[in-house]
Design a protein around this ligand. Structure first.
Ligand code: HEM
Length: 342
């Protein structure tokens, strides 16, 4: 792990590091063609902290939090700010057998809480405020599945960075002034063929994931496993971490079983390289066999600006379009405790 402390910024980040939750909503929106749609989106972003406080304060123990990301195509129109250095649209990856599709998305909301009614209420208010300035591209409601397992039955999230490392790997430093204090987000919605997966012997499943199924232990030797392909080591031997908060979702009555992948990083290239290795393989390793039972149906990249940037949008609407410097900061204004449960 590198020492990035020199590059860290005093700017207040969004609640990227919110605790793993029992419920989550992943909401992807596209701006409508209305001429005032970008301005209305900007107004909502300026109000978002207040909305989170309004809902979250009704039951603080539920740790309601919300991270908002903005896509490359509408970044300038919505924010009026220069684009963060690595922000570009998600690029489709056509692999030997499977494809990581690229889909639309101008705004993305990652809402987390211990209770699904809190997530629901915040989502309702956000959509109500945005009205016809947006259309919904995807709405996925995720839930905690026993001991943080995905629907393939494996514990998901174990190797996430913890403590100070979490922010070091996820929050952009001063080396990118347009992105300082923010984080890149990549999302993909996967649908699983659970019958095909359950036909695979557990020993083979473990080799595909790279961990044991029941007790979640790392396998010493699993070349070509998901764990192996998602491990990125640069030319200097530094391993690059990302922060994931995947959630299962599904509707058994409709035969729908899925994993919503969400990765946060200070460097979007790290997540892109993981995807390249998963879909194209890394010779002599083949592609990620998780994909034989998991079809990506969405794929999008966003940038979550710092809280300070978001709050300046609120200032702008009351000062004729120019952002005012903030005199005070409210730590924890986004309604989350700065700790993350293991
Ligand atoms: C079908 C979707 C996916 C499922 C079900 C899944 C599941 C898992 C599981 C069970 C683990 C092992 C435990 C852990 O450390 O979390 C894992 C590890 C990991 N996954 Fe995924 N994953 C999916 C997609 C992705 C994608 C798209 C990426 C990145 C682009 C990714 C990146 C990682 C990383 C970085 C690790 C940790 C590797 C390590 O250091 O051991 N995963 N995943």
């Amino acid at each position: 792990m590198t020492d990035n402390s020199g590059a860290r910024t005093p700017i207040q980040a969004q609640s990227v590091d919110a605790p793993l939750s029992r419920s989550a909503v992943f909401l992807t929106l596209a701006l409508s063609p209305h001429a005032d749609a970008p301005a209305r989106a900007r107004g909502l972003l300026g109000d978002l902290g207040g909305l989170v406080r309004a809902v979250g304060f009704r039951d603080l123990a539920q740790h309601l939090s919300c991270v908002v990301g903005i896509g490359a195509a509408q970044w300038e129109a919505i924010t009026g700010l220069p684009r963060p250095a690595q922000l570009h649209p998600f690029e489709e990856i056509v692999g030997t057998k499977h494809t990581a599709v690229a889909t639309a998305g101008d705004l993305f909301f990652h809402i987390r809480a211990e209770r699904d009614d809190m997530c629901f209420e915040l989502e309702r208010l956000i959509l109500d405020k945005l009205g016809d300035a947006v259309t919904v591209v995807d709405e996925t409601v995720g839930f905690r599945y026993f001991d943080a397992r995905d629907l393939l039955g494996f514990v998901d999230g174990t190797e996430n960075p913890t403590g100070a490392g979490m922010m070091e790997w996820t929050i952009v430093g001063d080396d990118d002034p347009a992105g300082a204090g923010g984080s890149y987000i990549v999302t993909q919605k996967y649908l699983h063929d659970l019958s095909a997966w359950n036909d695979i012997p557990i020993e083979t499943q473990q080799k595909i994931i790279g961990r044991t199924k029941v007790d979640n232990l790392e396998l010493d030797d699993a070349p070509g496993s998901h764990k192996d392909l998602a491990t990125i080591v640069d030319d200097d031997g530094v391993e690059h971490d990302i922060l994931r908060d995947n959630m299962p979702f599904g509707r058994p009555g409709h035969g729908e079983f899925g994993t919503y992948f969400i990765g946060y990083s200070k460097d979007v290239w790290v997540i892109e390289r993981m995807l390249q290795r998963m879909f194209r393989g890394d010779p002599p390793l083949g592609y990620d066999r998780i994909l034989d039972v998991s079809r990506a149906v969405t794929g999008a990249t966003f940038f979550a600006p710092s809280n300070d940037v978001l709050e300046s949008f609120g200032d702008r609407s009351s000062s004729g379009g120019r952002a005012r410097p903030r005199e005070t900061r409210r730590p924890g204004a986004w309604g989350h405790a700065p700790t993350r449960r293991p």
